[in-house]
Design a protein around this ligand. Structure first.
Ligand code: FAD
Length: 410
């Protein structure tokens, strides 16, 4: 951004981060925007160091950066931010960076890891996969001086090239547990705990059906650091995403996130058959709408959403998940020739899933409300105004989702 002459003022950036992350604390008139001293120091450090780290990786030759882009027909545009409409978001683009591919186009996470791995190998830093840190080792003064590592797959670990002195000295192939002394300190980067069902159920505010982080992210650091008496915090502020319910309950490991919902003639309803969200919002804000609560019935009304789409979406966007190229291959796709038929088929399916939904039944008004929503949605499509959720009124809604996968479709 700096090289391209884009200003990203400290005050606006911190206000944006505070308002988005902690809206209930945000106070634009406060010197620290409502943040505690600790949080203000943390956010400031992030702002101050992010550019340094990005520049360091590029200067060292581990990565060349490029801006993220919008998708489909908007791929020539620099990616727009989440919640771009906040006045505190200045500028509204150019914050998203990707590793650049050889052709200059943005790459993904694998390219980023590839660049770092190549740099590490070229500079004598060992990378040891299948080495799971089980605990830290303390000296008599209570200082961390190393880690105890369980080699989870000795054969694979032995095949991993050892490029640093510590690993050469370690009898990797002949033992299951290693003690590794730290030269200076121990830094963990062990991800979250989305693959630890027990922690997820006890630490998350909403139901857990699986996750799409690394399968080895089982929250080991929480266990290790809790044993050391470290202060834990912000565990609830999880990055949630929507997935296909029946796919997740069949196999949590197969959980597949639904990112950008492309297409136009579709919407999502709850068990009342009513829309509850702007379906075009980004994949981390949109799922928050599932966490509503109906105090009359003591349950989340929109815990489960039913995605209603038509043949046009199938023909034009089939193959852009969650739309499948061939919907007959997936048992979770429910079809009907009329709204009434579809509603009846959904009800039958929901009744067959009572054991895993927490006894969710469709409300008696589901079919009637669904028909009314279709009427209303069609009217909104004709006028171009979604009077319920303002879908399409925000720039993100229009530029991020993919264009039709079949360009010949109407
Ligand atoms: C499907 C998906 C798509 C995403 N897309 C984007 C995107 O487009 N842009 C973006 O900015 N972010 C994206 N994210 C988020 C981003 O990938 C994560 O925020 C980021 O990877 C977290 O990095 P991390 O190093 O903290 O943890 P991770 O990348 O999760 O790495 C943690 C590592 O620690 C290892 N580990 C766990 N326990 C131990 C142990 N005891 N001992 C040794 N190793 C251990 C794990 O095996 C894993 O390799 C995406 C995430 C997902 C799941």
């Amino acid at each position: 951004m700096q090289a391209d002459g884009f200003e990203d003022p400290h005050e606006d950036a911190l206000k944006y981060m505070t308002r988005y992350a902690l809206p209930y604390k945000y106070n634009p008139n406060d010197a620290q925007y409502g943040l505690s001293d600790d949080d203000y120091a943390l956010y400031t450090r992030y702002y101050d160091s992010a550019a340094e780290v990005v520049a360091l990786l590029q200067d060292q030759g581990a990565m060349t950066w490029t801006y993220g882009r919008n998708f489909g027909p908007h791929f020539d545009q620099v990616q727009i931010d989440y919640i771009e409409e906040y006045e505190e978001n200045v500028p509204k683009t150019h914050h998203t960076l990707h590793p650049a591919l050889e052709d200059g186009n943005p790459g993904g996470g694998g390219d980023m890891i590839g660049g770092c791995t190549a740099w590490a190998e070229a500079n004598g830093i060992g990378v040891h996969v299948n080495h799971r840190v089980d605990q830290v080792i303390l000296n008599s003064a209570g200082e961390v001086i190393g880690v105890e590592v369980v080699v989870t797959d000795p054969a694979a670990a032995a095949a991993t090239p050892a490029t640093d002195a510590t690993a050469e000295a370690s009898p990797v192939a002949s033992t299951q547990t290693l003690s590794i002394r730290a030269r200076k300190g121990v830094i963990f980067g062990t991800g979250g705990f989305s693959r630890n069902a027990d922690m997820m159920r006890h630490l998350m505010p909403s139901p857990y059906y699986g996750g799409c982080g690394a399968p080895t992210n089982e929250g080991d650091l929480l266990r290790i650091s809790a044993a050391l008496g470290a202060k834990l915090g912000n565990l609830h502020n999880v990055w949630r995403n929507e997935g296909i319910f029946e796919q997740a309950v069949a196999d949590t490991g197969a959980y597949n996130c639904a990112w950008f919902l492309s297409g136009d003639s579709f919407f999502i309803v709850n068990k009342h058959g009513k829309r509850f969200v702007n379906e075009k919002r980004n994949y981390q804000d949109r799922p928050m709408a599932h966490q509503d609560w109906d105090p009359n019935f003591g349950d989340g009304t929109s815990r489960l959403g039913f995605v209603i789409y038509d043949q046009r979406v199938q023909d034009s966007w089939g193959g852009a998940f969650p739309w499948l190229a061939d919907p007959t291959t997936a048992p979770y796709i429910i079809s009907g020739n009329t709204i009434e038929e579809l509603a009846a088929a959904i009800e039958e399916r929901v009744e067959s899933l009572l054991d895993v939904t927490g006894n969710v039944h469709l409300h008696v008004d589901f079919a009637g409300n669904l028909a009314a929503e279709v009427e209303k949605f069609n009217e909104y499509a004709r006028t171009g105004l979604d009077l319920d959720f303002s879908r399409g009124s925000l720039q993100y809604d229009l530029t991020i989702p993919f264009g039709p996968s079949n360009p010949d479709s109407p």
